[in-house]
Design a protein around this ligand. Sequence first.
Ligand SMILES: NC(=O)CC[C@H](N)C(=O)O
Length: 390
Amino acid sequence: MTTQLTPEDVALESAVLVLEDGRSFRGRAYGARGVAVGEAVFSTGMSGYQETLTDPSYHRQIVIMTAPHIGNTGWNDEDDESGQIWVSGYVVRDPAPRPSNWRSRRSLDDELRAQGVVGISDIDTRALTRHLREHGAMRVGIFSGDAAAASLPDQLATVVSTPAMSGSQLAPEVSTAEPYVVAAQGDKQFVVAALDLGIKAMTPALMAARGIEVHVLPATATFAEIAALQPDGVFFSNGPGDPGTAEHEMTVLREVLAARIPFFGICFGNQILGRALGFGTYKLRYGHRGINQPVKDLTTGKVEVTAHNHGFAVDAPVGEPVTAPADAAYGRVRVSHVNLNDDVVEGLECLDLPAFSVQYHPEAAAGPHDAGYLFDRFVTLMREHKEARA
Ligand SMILES: NC(=O)CC[C@H](N)C(=O)O
C-alpha cells in the first residue's frame, strides 16, 4: 500500500539551513524541495517580497526576510521586476497559509515550487540575522526533501564548495541576450541607451513615463553599439556580483565619459562610475537591503527614506570635491549622497562632466518613492546638454 502525503504532512517536512561557519538552523521545507546554496543576506523590507524575489541583483543570494509574516498577499501577475525569481533560496519565519489580496493569483509557496526555488520556513530569522550582523555575510545552504537527511559535515562541504560573492562576475548571467526597446509615453523627448546588468522592469518604465525611449542593451554591448543609437543619455543599471569584476563595463563607461554623453547609474551602475573615475569598491560587512534606509542628499540637505540592495560600496572621500583619481581629464567629482546609518557612500556627482549615480533605488517599486526626483535630474541633465549643443 502506498502512503499518500496530505498537504499538511508536506508542510511539516523538516529542512535545515547550514551556514559556512558551521552554525545550523532547523526549519520546515518551503517552496521547492532540494538544495539551494548562495550568499546569505537579509532584507528588512516589510512589503514588496515579489519585487525582491524577481530582482536580478539577488542572483546567487539566499534572502532572509526579517519581517515575520511573508506571503500574505500571495503572488500576482503585475509586480515582477523581471521574467523570473532570481534568489537562489528563500528563508522566512512564518509563511501565510492562505494568501489574501484582490490581485493574488496563487500563493507564494506555489510560485516558489513552480519556479523550482528552494525555501525554508519556521526559522528564527532574528537570531539568523543577528548572527550575520555579527559575523558578516557568508555562504549558506538550504537542504530539504532527501537532502535534509544528509549529515551536517556533508551539507557543510556543499556550502563551502560554492563560490564566494567577492570576485564573482554575474551581470552577464542575468542580462538580456538581445536588445529591446521600451517606447516613450507621449511625445518622445529623449533616447537613452540602458546597459542591462540586471535591470528591473520599473527602471525603463519610469524613464518611459518621462518621455524617454529606452534602448535596453546586453551587458556585453560596446561603446560603438551605444554610440550608434546617438543617445541623449546612457544609463547603467543595478546588477548582481562584485563590481570589481566589471572591467568591460568600466571601459565602456570611460568612453561614454570621454564623449561627454550624459550618464546616470543606479547601484551596480554607481559602483562602475566610481571605478571608472578611479575609486575602489569594497565589500560591506553585511550590506544594505530593505526599503527603510535613510540617505542624505548633500546637494539639498534633504533626508530621504530609500530602498537598498547592495553588498558592495564605493570608497570615495565624503566632503570637498576631489579630482577624479583615474584621470584629471574627468575633472572634479564629489560624493552626493551618504547613508545616515553608517556613512556609506550612496551617490556620486561629476562637477565637470554630465554624469551622476546613486547606490540605492529611486525606481523602488514597492516604494518608498522619495528618490524619484533622480529620474527628473537625469532628464534635466539631458535637456541642458541638448540645449547647449543646439
Ligand atoms: N542592486 C545592485 O545593483 C547590487 C550591486 C552589487 N552587486 C552589490 O551587491 O553591491
